[in-house]
Write a protein that binds this ligand. Structure first.
Ligand SMILES: N[C@@H](CCC(=O)N[C@@H](CS)C(=O)NCC(=O)O)C(=O)O
Length: 205
């Protein structure tokens, strides 16, 4: 088995690096400088025509999309390590939270970020679009708050689902200035997730 992650710090690739570190799998890493547009170089586009990070090359096969990477890593390596549910309804629960985090909450977060973030040209930002994305995010935080009621982690015990989902909330808190205090279950879950040594290792380099 060989794994090679193409990544950029503080990006969608951080969640995949976190999952790889939780699993304790050996992997090679190549850092891309997004500001220098290294993700648009022809040799990289041959591997990932989307021209984005992360890319995970698994036994020579390039797989883009971080959700696909996490699902693959979870079902392939996570079950025996107790970090991902075996096939069955609990796995459906895992898929639900991961898909919701990426497709629903992640979409609102990206829309908000694109309309306020300094990474994007000011003439492409729209205050009304940012406000409506923020309203959705606040409602989604409420859903997450309810999902975490009476639980330390989304599936009860820590799993790779938390690494996939909490990454969005960490980004909201640290990069977008969201105060999670109004959602105490979410805030304490994020705090627990941030103490994972695997996250610390993933953020290095
Ligand atoms: N849906 C993709 C999103 C990937 C994505 O948007 N990556 C950003 C960094 S967070 C990127 O590479 N941006 C550089 C670019 O678009 O040129 C995934 O989850 O893998």
């Amino acid at each position: 088995m060989s794994l090679h992650l193409y990544y950029a710090p503080m990006s969608s690739s951080s969640r995949v690096a976190w999952v790889l570190e939780e699993l304790g799998l050996p992997y090679e890493k190549t850092k891309l400088n997004l500001a220098e547009k290294e993700q648009k170089r022809p040799e990289y586009l041959k591997l990932n025509p989307n021209g984005k990070v992360p890319l995970l090359v698994i036994d020579g096969r390039p797989i883009y999309e971080s959700l696909a990477q996490i699902l693959y890593l979870g079902e392939t390596y996570g079950v025996e390590k107790g970090l991902f549910p075996a096939p069955g309804l609990e796995r459906a629960e895992a898929f639900k939270w991961l898909a919701w985090s990426y497709v629903t909450m992640g979409e609102s977060m990206t829309r908000y970020f694109r309309n306020v973030g300094d990474r994007f040209p000011v003439e492409e930002r729209n205050t009304a679009a940012a406000e409506s994305a923020k309203k959705e995010l606040l409602e989604q935080l409420h859903i997450l708050e309810q999902g975490l009621a009476g639980k330390e982690y989304l599936l009860g015990a820590f799993s790779l689902v938390d690494a996939g989902a909490a990454g969005f909330c960490i980004f909201m808190q640290m990069r977008l200035g969201f105060d999670l205090a109004a959602w105490p279950n979410v805030a304490s879950w994020v705090g627990r997730c941030m103490q994972r040594p695997a996250l610390g290792r993933a953020m290095m380099g």
